[in-house]
Ligand binder design. Structure first.
Ligand code: PLP
Length: 397
């Protein structure tokens, strides 16, 4: 029986603690960190057999490493995916997933509500390789219908999107894409591996930044690409092995520890975020609160269909020219562009994470100067609301 089949009977929380566990002959309780770049072969014949694929085993840590494999297996078991390749960052996961497939002349259709670096790849880097990208309003299914054609190699979107919290209908977009034999790649970073499983709705590939909720304590950069075995073997593995954006074993070990508690951490992140969103939505100095778990979110029902909770991120628009004043007045929240951390963080997207997108395009994405993004952590909710409350009091008008 394969390991995957052996573990199948267990619930997700159990898989997140024990999935993929490999113990060396020392029988260590916790996962070991294999800090080695190479492996020793018994004979020249064995090396030859391993390199030709006749024998299975580790060859070189750019290709694979036991600690990294444990992380890959654990994440794949949770996602219900056949395969996973861990990467050096979330952006390495996004870029490698795209470049594993694309060739000159291909077309990509993507929702334009994207993280700044993803936007840069689609808008600046892919066109340099003769790849045509259509950036559309991903909320509008008729746009997907219009732009996905026989020329489309793949579609790409984030849901919820960073930072405007747009929700894309994974099932409907996947159906349109598959009618044209286009591949569906979903950036599931905002939802985390706990709140949303895009493959259940038809996505072919899911990408993560391990840097966010998976680590959850702001320590390591990393990412992952989840797919079927066929996609992994034919496209993703050859691209990553030979271009080299692999995850370090130390970071994989940190992520393994993160996965063990992820289910429970996400519960508190979401509970706290919902309370913060409720509080902000009633505040007279707040113009608009954008949180998928609030009934006022324009796509609340779609979010409810795809996600088990609203997530850890709350975005809001403050009245007047007061975003910087509010951010600087916070005492407990740290000013940082990261998210998904145990510590609550505050970001001004227009001047940081989405600065790379010009002002006119940012406006189209609804990323205005008065927008503030909160990544809600695991602190006591009363302390968080008190901090937001005192910072809003500092604003006079
Ligand atoms: C939606 C989204 N995709 C990709 C990334 C990139 O992840 P990393 O910083 O690990 O490269 C981020 C980072 O904030 C993100 O928010």
């Amino acid at each position: 029986m394969t390991e995957r089949n052996k573990l199948k009977k267990y619930k997700k929380q159990t898989l997140l603690v024990r999935g993929g566990l490999y113990r060396s002959s020392n029988k260590e309780t916790s996962e070991a960190i294999f800090m080695n770049s190479g492996y020793v072969f018994k004979s020249a014949e064995e090396a030859k057999a391993l390199f030709s694929g006749e024998l299975e085993g580790y060859l070189y840590s750019r290709y694979g490493n036991p600690t990294v494999s444990m992380f890959e297996k654990r994440l794949a078991l949770n996602e219900g995916a056949e395969a996973c390749y861990a990467t050096a960052s979330g952006m390495a996961a996004v870029f490698s997933a795209l470049m594993s497939y694309l060739v000159k002349g291909d077309e990509v259709v993507a929702s334009r509500a994207l993280f700044g670096s993803c936007y840069h790849i689609l808008n600046q880097i892919l066109p340099r390789f003769g790849i045509v990208t259509h950036l559309i309003d991903g909320k509008d299914l008729s746009q997907w219908e219009k732009y996905i054609t026989e020329k489309t190699k793949l579609v790409f979107f984030e849901t919820p999107s960073n930072p405007s919290m747009e929700i894309i209908d994974i099932k409907a977009v996947s159906q349109i894409a598959h009618r044209h034999n286009a591949l569906v790649i979903v950036d599931n970073i905002f939802a985390s591996p706990i709140l949303q499983r895009p493959m259940k709705f038809g996505a072919d590939i899911v990408v993560y930044s391990g840097t966010k909720h998976i680590d959850g304590q702001g320590r390591c950069i990393g990412g992952a690409i989840l797919s079927s075995k066929k996609h992994y073997e034919e496209f993703i593995k050859p691209f990553i092995r030979h271009t080299g954006p692999t995850l370090s074993s130390f970071n994989a070990w940190v992520f393994l520890k993160g996965l063990e508690t992820l289910h429970y951490r996400m519960k508190i992140h979401c509970q706290n975020a919902y309370k913060v969103a409720q509080y902000l939505s009633c505040h007279p100095k707040v113009y608009k609160t954008i949180y998928p778990g609030l009934k006022t979110h324009p796509q609340y029902h779609l979010a409810k269909k795809q996600m088990t909770s609203g997530g850890s991120i709350v975005t809001f628009k403050i009245k007047g020219n007061n975003a910087f004043k509010f951010i600087n007045a916070l005492k407990l929240f740290d000013i940082s562009n990261n998210l998904g951390d145990a510590k609550s963080l505050v970001t001004h997207p227009a001047s940081t994470t989405h600065r790379i997108i010009n002002e006119e395009k940012r406006k189209k994405l609804n990323i205005t100067e008065n927008m503030v993004r909160l990544s809600i952590g695991l602190e006591n909710i009363k302390d968080l609301i008190e901090d937001i409350d005192q910072a809003l009091k500092v604003i006079k008008n």
